[in-house]
Design a protein. Structure first.
Length: 691
């Protein structure tokens, strides 16, 4: 018996990007544990990733290429050889590419966050082909855009500093479920005397364990930030020296903020004026005392019409108070902008000839149903899906299903399991999991470059994404030498070794050690130096003005709320949000029985008063509906959901729900104010007992 331990990295769409140690006995991965030496992982894994071997060796793994034999959506396939699969794909793509390659669309997101198995060889393939570009907006682009307008790049407080803060505001996130290692730091800060405040419409697991929970109405975070600015300025709790040296537009910001009295803010947010005043005073005084006051903003804030502006407004607060002076102050939305990722080398945009159109992944439902036109371009004739499950995760789900059900649409899906999307594929290609391939990783929650070594050989006939696109490039006659690059060669190009942050990055060394920290200052903006056009934190943004946006922080009301759309709210009076379920990650792990058993079944959290008004009791099956569609779930009567709000923890595979539907039946394809992102939490519904 031979047992070894292999250094690996969690590939999932989570800020923690954990360092893994995989135990391999006689070629079989027997355990996945957190690396105790990695400073942020600290030997601890979430429930999901600790079951990674269960997923890799799952009885339902796709291990051979498949060809559809039933109707689209039925999920009936026959096994074929790799040669048959590749020949079939090339035979369908070649004539489309000859007519207009923009009729071919890649569809991918963060099924792996790896720089190699994500967008490297695949991007080279689609760039050489001349396919339509995909705007990958479905998670973070609204908030990232608002943050960049204000701060300049997605750079912020180092996760390793949060335990030294005296105040931590957790805004729009539930880190117990989705950012465990940040939560461990927050708990350490709490033990050291820090105050923890959660801002969230829903009393999540995290909010329950904070000192204070401010349950504002969905989509009103921008207004709350303006109300905090009002109190900070009015009570002179701002850092005038920091403002004078390192910010732009304070006088104009003051005029705007003074419009947002605590009373006006409270009315818009559905909270009390006292909550606004006391939080502003707590934040301002903590900064004035020279203690760390840190904001951890997460993506729940930005999944509404004004989501980009909401993040922008929040991002003004640390500069207003000088919180950036302290290493344990400031704000973190994402650390991804800290990494000198060499995307040009990985993705080779120079292979593009001309400028293909861009299709937004968040409007895939509408776009697959569009005919050719001068405005849209050619009808989409082929979609290659990898690292994503759009039938489950994209908004306005019935439209997505209609689009993928088109008999004239050729669909190829690279997958581990027979997901909702696979059921609509013409050809299915079995992909490797993280334990079976090489990858390099940046992160969006900490500051370590990470390496993933293959722990075991690919199961069955599974192939890495990179190898699949290499083989497709051969079949399509692409002869550029870049299509010969091995996975190690790609990983060696992942980071710019000439950038001072990567301190002479070397892939072979990173593979051996597993992780290496970027060279970043403890407090990135203690002395200003913001990567904005002015070099300052921009309260006033000329770039926003040029883009047709309000250049100052403002409030943009939701598309769907009783205040902004009373006519719609008369028919659908309940706001709905669909944050992640603790035991799933987007739609990953839903088919792992032990995790699905822990989650139970699709359920809806609903306030007792809202239930009583509708004659709904604990455990009733209910129908949640609006003009876009409906789904059913079992009710949990709880005041965790504020009055007027229902919460459907997500994202379930539709085929594993009793009615074959999930929460995205009722979400909208309307986009955010900036970043062209989806508005999942900007949704009005009605709820009734299911028939």
């Amino acid at each position: 018996m031979t047992t070894t331990q292999v250094r690996a990295t969690c590939p999932l769409d989570c800020p923690d990007t954990c360092a893994l140690l995989v135990t391999v006995t006689d070629g079989v991965a027997t355990a996945v544990k957190g690396d105790p030496d990695h400073p942020t992982t600290a030997g601890v894994l979430c429930t999901k990733v600790s079951r990674f071997t269960e997923r890799t060796y799952h009885a339902d793994r796709l291990l051979h290429p498949l060809r559809r034999v039933g109707k689209k959506g039925e999920g009936k396939f026959e096994t074929i050889s790799w040669d048959e699969a590749l020949d079939s794909i090339a035979a369908r793509l070649a004539p489309i590419a000859a007519r207009n390659p923009q009729a071919i669309l890649p569809y991918s997101y963060c099924g792996t966050m790896g720089l190699v198995q994500g967008e490297s060889m695949s991007s080279r393939f689609f760039n050489q082909l001349g396919a339509s570009l995909l705007d990958r907006t479905i998670c973070a682009s609204a908030g990232a855009t608002g943050y960049r307008y204000t701060v300049g790049a997605t750079v912020g407080t180092d996760m390793e500093q949060f335990q030294n803060a005296k105040l931590i505001i957790i805004w729009g996130g539930n880190p117990i479920a989705s950012n465990l290692h940040f939560w461990m730091r927050a708990q350490e800060a709490k033990r050291n005397g820090a105050t923890l405040v959660a801002i969230d419409p829903y009393r999540s697991l995290t909010a329950e364990k904070c000192h204070q929970h401010i349950a504002l109405l969905p989509g009103t975070d921008a207004a709350l930030a303006l109300g905090l600015m009002h109190v900070l300025i009015k009570e002179d709790l701002v850092d005038h020296d920091y403002i004078a040296q390192h910010t732009l537009g304070y006088d104009r910001l003051t005029q705007r903020a003074l419009e947002w009295t605590p009373e006006r803010t409270a009315e818009v947010c559905g909270i009390s004026a006292t909550e606004v005043i006391e939080l502003a005073r707590l934040y301002g005084q903590t900064c004035r005392n020279g203690d760390g006051a840190a904001i951890r903003a997460n993506y729940g804030v930005q999944r509404v019409r004004g989501g980009g502006m909401a993040v922008r407004n929040i991002a003004c607060l640390p500069a207003l108070t000088g919180a950036w002076r302290h290493a344990a102050g400031g704000m973190q939305l994402s650390s991804s902008g800290s990494f000198p990722v060499n995307r040009k080398a990985l993705q080779r945009p120079d292979l593009l000839k001309g400028t293909p159109r861009t299709i937004n992944m968040s409007t895939i439902g509408d776009d697959l149903l569009k005919a050719s036109s001068a405005e849209f371009g050619p009808q989409v004739e082929a979609v290659i899906v990898y690292n994503s499950n759009p039938l489950a995760v994209a908004p306005d789900s019935s439209k997505v299903a209609q689009g993928f059900a088109r008999e004239d649409l050729f669909t190829v899906v690279l997958e581990h399991f027979q997901t909702d999307t696979v059921d609509y594929a013409d050809i299915v290609l079995p992909a490797t999991t993280q334990l079976e391939h090489v990858d390099a990783h940046s992160t969006y929650g900490h500051l370590y470059m990470m390496a993933n070594n293959a722990a075991v050989a690919p199961l069955g006939e599974a192939k890495a994404n990179t190898e699949i696109f290499r083989l497709l490039a051969q079949r399509m006659g692409f002869d550029d030498p870049c299509f010969q690059d091995s996975d190690d060669a790609l990983a060696a190009q992942a980071f710019d070794a000439k950038d001072a942050r990567a301190v002479h990055f070397d892939w072979e060394s990173l593979k051996r050690t597993g992780w290496q920290k970027l060279a970043m200052p403890d407090a990135p903006f203690a002395d200003g130096g913001f990567p904005t056009p002015s070099g300052k934190c921009e309260f006033y943004s000329q770039a926003m003005q040029d883009a047709g946006l309000d250049p100052l922080p403002t409030y943009i009301a939701p598309y769907e709320s009783p205040a902004s759309n009373p006519e719609l709210a008369a028919r659908f009076p309940l706001a709905m949000i669909s944050p992640p379920a603790r035991n799933f990650l987007n739609s990953t792990f839903v088919n792992v029985k032990s995790l699905r058993a822990a989650e139970g079944e699709p359920h809806l959290d609903m306030h007792p008063d809202d239930c009583s008004a509708r004659g709904i009791a604990v455990g009733d099956m209910v129908r949640i509906f609006n003009d876009r569609g409906s789904f059913v779930a079992k009710v949990r009567v709880t005041d965790k959901a504020r009055r007027g709000l229902v919460v459907g923890l997500s994202v379930w595979w539709k085929k594993l729900a009793s009615d074959g539907k999930n929460a995205n039946e009722v979400t909208s394809q309307r986009l955010t104010d900036m970043g062209r992102a989806p508005t999942f939490y900007d949704t009005l519904v009605e709820v009734e007992k299911a028939a």
